[in-house]
Design a protein around this ligand. Sequence first.
Ligand SMILES: [Zn+2]
Length: 326
Amino acid sequence: MLALSPRLFLSSVLLAILLFAFWRPADSAIGPVAEPVSVAISDKRIAFSFDDAPRGAGAFLEPDERPKLLIEALKTAGIEQAVFFINPGRITAHDNDAADIAAYANAGHLLANHTAGHSKLSSVPTATFLADIDAAEAWLKDKPNYRPWFRFPFLDEGRTNRAKRDAVRAGLKQRGLMNGYVTVDASDWYLEDMAITAARAGKLMDWNALRDLFVESYVESAEFSDDLARRTLGRAPVQMILLHETDLAAMFVDDLAAALKKRGWTIVSADEAYRDPIAHMEPDVDFADGTRTQMLAAERKIGNRWYERNDQKLAKKLFAERVLRD
Ligand SMILES: [Zn+2]
């Protein structure tokens, strides 16, 4: 046997550890790996929605470049039918906005109403708000792949003003519009805002860390909403994820879809999501704002209503630590 000096012996051990760390058996060598049953028969279903199209300049991409990248990313992700909530009042002639929106529909995605000018219900009179819905509807209703769904800007459904909330609920019914609620939110618009500020200040951003933060925040939000819904309803409704037409969504939605699938989620169409019975529930809460699952949980006094990363203080801290490495 070869005698080794202590130093050489230690090196050999280290080398063996290193080799082992990088060595992976071929799949056939380890045999079939049993997936956990809960994954194989998972009832975790999720659909995708994008608000605020057209959204104007972002942190990295040209306004006209983003829709093309987003359509490609959705295709790569296997998201065959997402829904885009449109603000027709923000369409400009110079960015090909109308053509970009038509391209979403042409790629199989749906178009729906997000008011013409992005009104905030708490801040405007009911009549003004309904008029803003009508203005968007006039532009949208004859477009291909249009659906009679309405998404409240800022997810503000009237907040503490019950009279206003009920007047708009009635107004939507009169117009044949359904509340296009969300159930999963992780404030991509705020991550994008922070990226825009950092880019303008000439700060270096860790691209991989930004992607990981985006993906992880949404996956955790989906798991949070799934758990909250099961505890509230005793079943798993189809989840509806809220993204915006941001650069970050265009760059990372395929990574997000892959991460969700890995956690046992099945991606379904927006049509399937809104066939879920929770689509017709009207939670009665003191503060009508946020996701449908949060409001249902609040109505039934179940658990912690708010997902923590929608708190901007925490989001800012995570962005600084992980993306800017401040
Ligand atoms: Zn919006």
